[in-house]
Write a protein that binds this ligand. Structure first.
Ligand code: PGA
Length: 254
């Protein structure tokens, strides 16, 4: 069964106090207003994970995720955070290979494959991000780029590990720009990614993988995106920083 997941990636935003206020508001609004079955994830900066995890513990509609992790288990890696540490503060999910990590921190597929392994070894669900730049789309290279990102980051996995993975398709040109991929464009890529997985792991496994869309998702476009056959949720940036817009996106998922 595909899980429906709406994940709020806060990026490098919110002090602890602001974050606690936001999570309390989201939690209360979901209790009052949301009867659907989607899981909503709060993905704050590392330093807030412990406190926010405790704050949301009484709300089963909410889950906790991290924005990144180390590919190493432990040791002399100053500034890094391991998957075991994330697990120990209640994380269930970790974003791996967000385009900002790929672009500004030189994270590449081989390294991301190791992070996926580290997450799975600790019992975390990796949210593996992929997506093409504007130049790649205009050069008609998007299918090729996505195939490389998905196969190099994930296709070393056994079928039982692959079943645990969530994929987020985030066209780089739609992130934080206000430009959303049209529903048809997003659906085309989601179906393409599912096809790659079907060719490697079989149709049954491909049908059960959750593929989220990300890139300027807002309350105004969420319902249309979620109605597409292969879109199973969203990875939300800007609109996850306000309770009203984040909850309205969650409510767009039945
Ligand atoms: P955005 O970010 O919703 O602000 O476009 C999405 C993301 O980067 O995950």
């Amino acid at each position: 069964m595909r899980k429906k997941i709406i994940a709020g990636n806060w990026k490098m935003n919110k002090t602890l106090e602001e974050g606690m206020g936001l999570v309390s508001e989201i939690s209360n609004m979901l209790k009052d207003e949301y009867k659907g079955s989607a899981k909503a994830l709060i993905i704050p900066p590392f330093i807030h994970l412990n406190a926010l995890g405790k704050l949301m513990a009484d709300n089963s509609k909410l889950g906790l995720g991290a924005q990144n992790c180390s590919n190493h288990k432990s040791g002399a890696y100053t500034g890094e955070v391991s998957t075991e540490m994330l697990k120990s503060v209640g994380c269930e999910y970790v974003i791996i290979g967000h385009s900002e990590r790929r672009e500004y921190f030189n994270e590449h597929n081989a390294w991301l494959a190791q992070k996926v392994d580290a997450a799975l070894a600790s019992g975390l669900t990796p949210i593996y991000c992929c997506g093409e730049t504007l130049a790649e789309r205009e050069g008609n290279k998007h299918f090729e780029v996505l195939e490389t990102q998905v196969s190099e980051g994930l296709f070393h996995l056994s079928a039982s590990d692959m079943e645990q993975v969530v994929i987020a398709y985030e066209p780089v040109w739609a992130i934080g720009t206000g430009k959303t991929a049209s529903t048809a464009q997003a659906q085309e890529i989601h179906a393409f990614i599912r096809g790659l997985i079907a060719a490697k792991y079989g149709a049954d496994l491909a049908q059960n993988i959750t593929i989220q869309y990300g890139g300027s998702v807002k309350p105004e476009n969420a319902a249309e995106l979620f109605a597409a056959a292969d879109i199973d949720g969203a990875l939300v940036g800007g609109a996850a920083l306000q309770s009203r817009s984040f909850v309205d996106i969650i409510k767009a998922m039945a």
